[in-house]
Design a protein around this ligand. Structure first.
Ligand code: AMP
Length: 471
């Protein structure tokens, strides 16, 4: 049995991921899942997996790396069945291990239960202690602990067990789960992470993290999975098994800032438009004279368009991104991360030279990316570099499924805006206010989680399930 408590292996436990599930007799469920996961690649690039059921047993293909490197034609064709779940995995440090790649499949004799999870269970360490001594954990994933908690909760059916496990599971979980004969879809009562239902023309139901996956596979959006809801998808279509009352909703604001794809619709808001409005509002909050507005591609693009539109300063491109290099965070070592920034963006020197440039990015976390970019643009002869960030300073770590680093690594936790401005070498620096960001989302502040910007966590996080707390 792996000893998780007090172990370095805890570092693998933070996940920000993409999930996908389908139930459809006669559909090529593995291939559809593959394309679904492909469009959720931005939510996780460390590993991917698909588990299918043919009614007799579950079968999985999982691996480290990007979706197209984990699956080839033969592997997809080996996954025959009528329902499937899939996962793209992402963690900051040390988590690059095959045992943590999801779906996590638990074997309970003839019974099997597979789970794919987006989120983070903050009381997982306490939950381990409540499990029967016979439980042998095979990964360092909180998802495996969740599976055992569910299995050991009262109830005749899996859905009853899931409903009865909610009060024990503290934290964020948007989930798809698979048994031999049904797909189960459920979401924590706070609704931290997105989760939607869709339907294919042939009648098959799908569930996934973001609507962009529905568009890719040609499915129609049906509705969001409500916070606290447990849904069964089987041959009868989809049925709500139950709904645990949501005392407080707390959707992650950072999904709009960075995590989600701009073409996804979340809480009825197109992410691209939320980002564009963020840019517009920032141009009113922090105007500055310049020759052009540019983006840190791709995450700052929608917002830069908004800033340009509202300010009347032309939008242009000065950084060409190598799209085949993963997100900079994927490299845990600081040195490699720095190199990652360099190999990721190449400047258009001729255009930069002599210009006053407003560069828009969605967020500053450690400050690594923007510092490098300012340096590169200055070395190309830029006259002025004004940095505009379309979110407030990230001051506090996330315990609910985003890989923001430990507090001491968050530059805004120990530096004021002016100090950061100096540190990154910009001529000016401004962040969008929290009010501005909420306004851009067009949602009520009471249903949003903004803890990474203001430290106001929607539930107590003391002793939260994080490496910095337990190591
Ligand atoms: P940093 O370089 O540490 O300041 O990180 C900020 C840059 O990383 C920005 O360009 C963001 O688009 C991007 N970013 C923000 N949050 C995350 C995250 N959780 N994972 C990966 N990249 C991120």
């Amino acid at each position: 049995m792996l000893n998780i408590i007090g172990s370095k292996r805890l570092e693998a436990l933070k996940d920000k991921c993409g999930i996908f599930g389908i139930y459809g007799k006669g559909e090529d469920v593995a291939r559809i899942s593959f394309f679904g996961l492909y469009s959720l690649q931005h939510r996780g690039q460390e590993g991917a997996g698909i588990t299918v059921t043919d009614g007799r047993r579950l079968k999985s293909v999982k691996g480290l790396g990007l979706v197209p490197s984990v699956f080839d034609k033969a592997k997809i064709e080996s996954l025959t069945g009528f329902a499937a779940i899939g996962h793209t995995r992402y963690s900051t440090t040390g988590g690059n291990k095959l045992c943590n790649v999801q779906p996590i499949v638990l074997d309970f004799g003839p019974d099997q239960f597979a789970l794919a999870h987006n989120g983070n269970i903050i009381n997982a360490m306490e939950l381990i202690k409540t499990l029967p001594k016979t439980v042998k954990l095979e990964s360092t994933s909180d998802t495996e602990i969740m599976g055992h908690v569910i299995k050991n909760s009262p109830g005749r059916t899996w859905e009853e067990k899931i409903l009865n496990s909610f009060e024990k599971l503290q934290g964020a979980f948007s989930m798809v789960a698979l048994t031999k004969n049904k797909l189960l879809v459920f979401r924590d009562t706070f609704g931290f992470r997105p989760l939607v239902l869709g339907k294919l023309n042939g009648g098959a139901y799908v569930a996934c993290s973001e609507t962009c996956a529905l568009d890719t596979i040609g499915a129609r959006y049906v509705r969001d999975v409500a916070p606290g809801e447990v849904i069964i998808v089987d041959e009868k279509g989809f049925t709500v098994a139950g709904r645990v009352k949501s005392k407080r909703k707390s959707f992650c604001l950072f999904e709009y800032v960075y995590l989600a794809r701009p073409d996804s619709i979340i809480n009825k808001q197109l992410v691209h438009q939320v980002r564009q409005r963020s840019g517009e509002l920032l141009s009113y909050e922090a105007p500055v004279a310049a020759d052009m507005v540019v983006a840190v591609p791709d995450s700052g693009t929608s917002a830069a368009i908004g800033y340009s539109k509202a300010s009347g300063i032309p939008y242009g491109e000065v950084l060409i991104k190598n799209r085949y290099i993963g997100r900079t965070f994927i490299q845990p070592e600081h040195k490699i991360r720095e190199m990652g920034v360099k190999i990721k963006f190449n400047p258009l020197r001729q255009i930069v030279k002599g210009k006053r440039i407003i560069i828009v990015d969605d967020s500053i976390v450690r400050g690594t990316t923007i510092k490098k970019i300012v340096k590169v643009l200055k070395s190309c002869g830029a006259k002025k570099i004004h940095v505009r960030v379309t979110s407030p300073p990230v001051t506090d770590p996330c315990y609910f499924g985003i890989d923001t680093p430990d507090k001491n690594q968050l530059i805004a936790s120990h530096m004021k805006v002016k100090q950061i401005e100096k540190h990154i070498g910009a001529d000016s620096l401004a962040f969008l206010s929290l009010d501005g960001l909420i306004k851009a989302s067009r949602l009520k502040s009471g249903i949003l989680c903004s803890a990474c910007f203001d430290g106001r966590y929607p539930m107590p996080v003391t002793g939260g399930f994080r490496k910095d707390v337990f190591e």
